[in-house]
Design a binder for this molecule. Structure first.
Ligand SMILES: Cc1ncc(COP(=O)(O)O)c(C=O)c1O
Length: 455
């Protein structure tokens, strides 16, 4: 049985009162949202309320889900972590200008590229970086893989703080290493680090820890105290810290992002490598252009010596440089817009959606929903067990969260990422991406409200 089978698409669309998007000439027309649902239009230079049609561009967020679930079933996909907005106009203009030059030979990466990284980090966060402390990479995941290859011999343990971004698990596996999960604890709805547990899982064979700040999927922005305690443990136990700060530009009002490199203890800072890119902040993931930096020259030399690929592509350089140098006002309008989506979603979920609980996060554009009640109501565990009993040899095992995903696609037209893929603590959770027009957020929540009323 494949995902697309086993339910009647037409009757679902009709019954749910939805308008499916695939095949429509534009999703803006297809998404017919009750005006009363939408708060005041956001004002400003850039129109983030625009429903920008990405269907038919081979994008993972829309087209991939349409391929999996059928176009008539996908109304609002809210899975993979990229954004539906047009990127900043200065980025598009810079790319158009470069495309006007019709030669794509090898590039000698201009010093201005690293200067844009240095200036951004200093301007926004007070982080001082020297050009020779930066290594290029064609993605944050490839950067992490290079670091693991340098520090973590095959078979050794790499710590992630779970629930953790799914690709950390795959990257650790690609490096031939073994995942060790440091469980995050939930205290009054907020996730906290468990330092005793961290100490207990470090052994002679544990060489690296991947820190995520702000954290995907919980959205936590870790405090200076948390980072210092974690840093002291890792330094004392000789565990290198890989600080993945790719989500750092998305911080909700009243919250703060503390860059790992700004910690007070020089030994702690020198025991780390930070990974970043413009890909989340300016929606440039497809340009495959990222960087890592460290104050420890020996660490960087070691990464270079173990076959790190320092190449970045021309269009990525152009886009990244334009973003960091000229698109700050775009991001400064976007971040409060997403925060506004979060406020809107928080109110809506609390007031109108049954069986789903959520505490607004401190950062990222991701919502980590507690769907354990919904899973229970729809019998997700039994559905998964039944599926797994009957699945073919080539079909992957499904979790109860996969069944919640299926339920919400079938009954709401909304695709969310199943919590199962985020490791320990992922059970009973789904991740919802709120980096889209508020109209689509409203449509999705309204559809989910109807679906959960039936559960
Ligand atoms: C925490 C984190 N790190 C890395 C990545 C992927 O980065 P890249 O596409 O540059 O490899 C993501 C994407 O969602 C992420 O959330």
């Amino acid at each position: 049985m494949s995902w697309g089978q086993g339910f009647n698409r037409r009757s679902f669309i009709k019954g749910a009162g939805l308008t499916a998007v695939a095949g429509a000439s534009g999703i803006a027309e297809a998404v017919n949202v009750d005006a009363a649902l939408i708060p005041e239009p956001a004002r400003g230079k850039y129109d983030f309320d625009e429903v920008y049609d990405r269907v038919g561009t081979d994008c993972y967020k829309w087209d991939k889900q349409i391929n999996i679930f059928g176009g008539e079933n996908i109304v609002v996909p809210m899975g993979i972590a990229d954004m539906d907005f047009r990127t900043a106009p200065v980025v598009t203009n810079a790319l158009l200008k470069r495309i006007g030059h019709e030669n794509w030979g090898y590039i000698d990466v201009p010093p201005s590229y690293k200067e844009s990284i240095i200036s951004w980090n200093k301007r926004r966060y007070g982080v001082e970086i020297e050009p020779d402390q930066i290594l290029n990479a064609n993605g944050v995941n490839p950067a992490i893989l290079s670091i693991l290859r340098a520090f973590s011999p095959r078979g050794s343990k790499v710590i992630v703080q779970a629930p953790a971004y799914a690709s950390f698990y795959y990257t650790i596996e690609d490096a031939g290493c073994v995942v060790a999960e440091n469980h995050l604890r939930q205290v009054d709805g907020r996730y906290e680090m468990d330092f005793d547990h961290l100490e207990s899982i470090i052994d002679h064979d544990t060489n690296a820890l991947i820190l995520c700040n702000p954290q995907n999927p919980t959205g936590n922005c870790w405090s200076r105290e948390d980072l210092t305690t974690l840093g002291e443990i890792c330094t004392r136990r000789r565990v290198v810290v890989i600080a993945d700060e790719i989500h750092c530009d998305f911080v909700n009002k009243g919250q703060k992002y503390v860059p790992y490199e700004t910690l007070d203890d020089e030994a702690v800072v020198r025991n780390s490598i930070t990974t970043k890119s413009t890909s989340k902040s300016f929606n440039l993931a497809a340009t495959k252009c990222a960087y890592m930096h460290s104050r420890n020259a020996d660490y960087l030399a070691r990464i270079k010596a173990t076959g790190h690929n320092d190449a970045v592509n021309t269009l990525g350089i152009v886009a990244s440089e334009a973003a960091y140098n000229e698109a700050e006002d775009w991001l400064d309008q976007l971040v409060p817009y997403i925060d506004g989506n979060m406020d809107f979603a928080e109110k809506y979920i609390n007031e109108k959606i049954r069986h789903i609980n959520w505490v607004k996060p401190e950062g990222t554009y991701l919502a980590w929903l507690d769907v354990s009640e919904l899973a229970e109501r729809i019998g997700a565990a039994e559905m998964a067990a039944e599926y797994n009993r009957n699945r073919g040899p080539d079909e992957i095992e499904k979790s109860p969260e996969h069944m919640v995903e299926k339920y919400l696609v079938e009954n709401a037209g909304v695709q969310l990422n199943d919590g199962y893929r985020y490791g320990h603590g992922g059970a009973g959770h789904m991740r919802m991406n709120l980096a889209t027009s508020r109209k689509l957020v409203a449509k999705a929540l309204d559809n989910i409200a109807s679906a959960t009323r039936k559960a």
